[in-house]
Write a protein that binds this ligand. Sequence first.
Ligand code: ZN
Length: 200
Amino acid sequence: MPTSLQTLFDEFNRRYWKGRLPRYLVRRQSKIKRGDLERLGVCNHQKKRIVIKSSLEDSILRQVLLHEMVHVRFPDEDHGPKFTRELRRLAARGERGLLSHADGLEGLQNFSKRAWPTLDLLMDELRGQIDFLAQENPRRHWKTIYAILQDSGAWTAWLETWTELSSKTPGQSPLPMVAWLYYEWEKASKWYRRDRPGTR
Ligand SMILES: [Zn+2]
């Protein structure tokens, strides 16, 4: 029998927050809608409740629950710097896949659907991926990063969506995704190289 989400909440709370997070009720729901977009998870501070989409596989469910728990930790901040810093702290303790969802839509998206309705949201997604890789090892060569990204299951969807959206933006010439990715990698890797203890 799978562990209940409530049990998982308590376990994460003990492990990562010394049991100090207020106890939110966690439940599953088959569909979570906000506006036109379907969400994987949602955190309601008034009701002290977290709702998670029921059909998620375990590893994704774990990431979505942790993401929502970071919202519990910082109820006044949406996806700001404190939120991102907390995700990095969890990533450093071995929780994978969290940073790619620090911005943009709540949680992970189904690649086969048009997951990124605007170029900004797609950029958020990609920035998250880059950030995660830079945090893992900021000294990797750009070519390695490019290969890792191309290996991702979402690459085709990213590329197609980018091409489509960037050509739609009026008054702007299409921006090549690879050039943008390179620039973002330079920025992120520089940041992490500087931030590492003993390297300054
Ligand atoms: Zn969120």
